[in-house]
Ligand binder design. Structure first.
Ligand code: PLP
Length: 426
C-alpha cells in the first residue's frame, strides 16, 4: 500500500465502502467525516451527481481517444476553461494523470524551454527543503523530504534547494501568513551567486507547502522569489497540486497571493479526485518557443497514453461547473475566518506546539514523543478515525483540509473531535 504502515494496517484494516457529501461509510457501517477532502482532492465533496452523470455519459460516448496525433473536443474545451481561470498570461495547457506527472512535465518543459530559447546552459533546477513534488525522480530530486529521497540513489544531478520557511521560534500560532521569514527568499540570490544564473533553469515551490505539514509562506516571501527569478531569467514554477481549485478560496494560489509564476502544476481538485488527471499551465511565450521548425515535426517530445483522457476531461469539466455554479471557492473564502477561529481554539491543549491556517487548510503541530517521532500524531489519526473523523498526519503534524462544502456545524464537530483526541493523547 502506498505511503502506509502496511503491517499495522493489515492487522486492523480501515476500509471505506461508500462516500457522499462530507462523509465516508466504513465497512463496519460507521459514518466518518472527511476532514481532508480525501487526499486534498475532493474539494466539492463526494458523489456529486453532476460529476457522476458526466462520467457515465462520457464513457458511453467516447471512452478513449489516442492522445498522440489525435484529439477530441473536450480536451480543448477544458484547456480553454483552465486558461480562462488562470492568471493572465498562463494560457496553454498540457495534461497529465497525477500531480507527480505534472511535476515531471513542468521540469521538462522548463529545461526544454531554456534550450529552445538559446539558453541551454541552464540545466539546474532549484527546489526547497521540505518541498513535496510527488514521487517520481524529478519530483523527489527537487523536493526536500528526506525519507522520500534517501533510499533512491543519486537522483537528478544539478539540483539545489532553498531553505524551508518553518520557524516555530518566531512564528508559532500565527493566523494566516507569518510575519517573519521574507529574507529566506534571498537565499535564492546566494544560490545564484554560487551557481551563476546562466546555469539555472527554474525554481519550483509549493505556494503553501502542504504535504510536509502546512508551511504557510511568510509575508512577502513569494513576491521576493518572483522578483529574484525574473531578474535572473529563471522560470518560477508553482506546484499548485493542492492550492489550486479553491483550497485557498481562489482559483489558484497564484491569485490568492497575487504572484504570477511562469508555470503552474495542478492535479487533485481538477477532477474532484475522481478520475486521475493533472494539468500543467504555461505562459504563451513558453509554448511559442517550441513552435518552430517544419510543421510536420513533433515540437515537444513528451506526453502520456492517458493525457487528456476523454472521461477525465468530462469529469474535470463537470467539476469546474460544480465549483462555479455552487460558488465553492467564494464559499471557502467566506469560511476561512471561522475555520481559523475554530482551529486556534485548540491552543493550550496537551502537546500542541503550533497551529497554522490559511484558506481551508489547517495544521496542528505536536511535540513528538522523545525518541519516537511520528508515533504521537499517528495515535491521534487512529483515535480520530475511531471517533468518526478522517484527519491526516505527516511527521507529528496533523493536517486538515475539509471539502469546500463543509458547514460551520461540521467544522465545530471536526475540531471538537480533534480536541477530545488531543486531550486523550499520551
Ligand atoms: C504539491 C504537490 N505536488 C505533487 C503531488 C503529487 O501528486 P500525486 O500524488 O497525484 O502524484 C502532491 C501530492 O500531494 C502535492 O501536494
Amino acid at each position: 500500500m502506498p505511503f502506509t504502515a502496511n503491517r499495522q494496517f493489515k492487522k486492523n484494516p480501515r476500509m471505506f465502502v461508500g462516500a457522499e457529501g462530507m462523509y465516508y461509510t466504513t465497512a463496519d457501517g460507521r459514518q466518518v467525516m472527511d476532514g481532508t477532502a480525501g487526499l486534498w482532492c475532493v474539494n466539492a465533496g463526494h458523489k456529486r451527481p453532476r460529476i457522476v452523470a458526466a462520467i457515465q455519459r462520457q464513457v458511453a460516448e467516447l471512452d478513449y481517444a489516442p492522445a498522440f496525433q489525435m484529439g477530441h473536443p473536450k480536451a480543448f474545451e477544458l484547456a480553454a476553461r483552465l486558461a480562462n481561470m488562470a492568471p493572465a498570461g498562463l494560457d496553454h495547457v498540457m495534461y497529465t494523470n497525477s500531480g507527480s506527472e505534472s511535476v515531471e512535465t513542468a521540469l521538462k518543459v522548463a529545461l526544454a524551454y531554456q534550450r529552445a530559447r538559446g539558453e541551454g546552459s541552464r540545466f539546474r533546477l532549484i527546489g526547497r527543503v521540505r518541498g513535496y513534488h510527488g514521487v517520481n525522480f524529478g519530483g523527489i530530486s527537487v523536493g526536500g523530504i528526506v525519507p522520500n529521497r534517501k533510499m533512491f540513489g543519486t537522483l537528478l544531478t544539478g539540483v539545489d534547494h532553498l531553505p524551508h520557511t518553518h520557524d516555530l521560534a518566531r512564528n508559532a500560532f500565527t493566523r494566516g501568513q507569518p510575519e517573519h521569514g521574507v529574507e529566506l527568499a534571498d537565499e535564492l540570490e546566494k544560490l545564484v551567486q554560487l551557481h551563476d544564473a546562466s546555469t539555472i533553469a527554474a525554481v519550483m515551490v509549493e505556494p503553501v507547502a502542504c504535504s510536509t505539514g502546512v508551511l504557510v509562506p511568510p509575508k512577502g516571501y513569494l513576491e521576493r522569489l518572483r522578483q529574484i527569478t525574473e531578474k535572473h531569467g529563471i522560470l518560477l514554477i508553482f506546484d499548485e497540486v493542492i492550492t489550486a481549485f479553491g483550497r485557498l478560496g481562489a482559483n489558484f494560489g497564484a491569485d490568492y497571493f497575487g504572484v504570477t509564476p511562469d508555470i503552474i502544476n495542478t492535479a487533485k481538485g481538477l477532477t474532484n479526485g475522481i478520475i486521475p488527471m493533472g494539468a500543467v499551465l504555461v505562459k504563451k511565450e513558453i509554448h511559442d518557443a517550441f513552435m518552430t521548425g517544419p510543421e510536420h515535426l513533433i515540437e515537444f517530445f513528451h506526453g502520456y497514453t492517458y493525457s487528456g483522457n476523454p472521461v477525465a476531461c468530462a469529469a474535470a469539466l463537470a467539476t469546474l461547473d460544480t465549483y462555479r455554479d455552487e460558488g465553492l471557492f467564494e464559499r471557502a473564502a467566506g469560511l476561512a475566518d471561522y475555520w481559523a477561529d475554530a482551529l486556534h481554539s485548540l491552543k493550550g491543549l496537551p502537546h500542541v506546539i503550533d497551529i497554522r491556517n490559511i484558506g481551508l487548510i489547517g495544521a496542528v503541530e505536536l511535540e513528538p514523543i522523545a525518541g519516537e517521532p511520528t508515533k504521537r500524531a499517528f495515535a491521534a489519526f487512529i483515535d480520530a478515525y475511531e471517533k468518526g473523523c478522517l484527519i491526516r498526519t505527516t511527521g507529528d503534524i496533523i493536517a486538515l483540509s475539509p471539502p469546500l462544502i463543509v458547514e460551520k456545524a461540521e467544522i465545530d464537530q471536526l475540531i471538537s473531535t480533534l480536541g477530545k483526541v488531543l486531550k486523550a493523547l499520551r
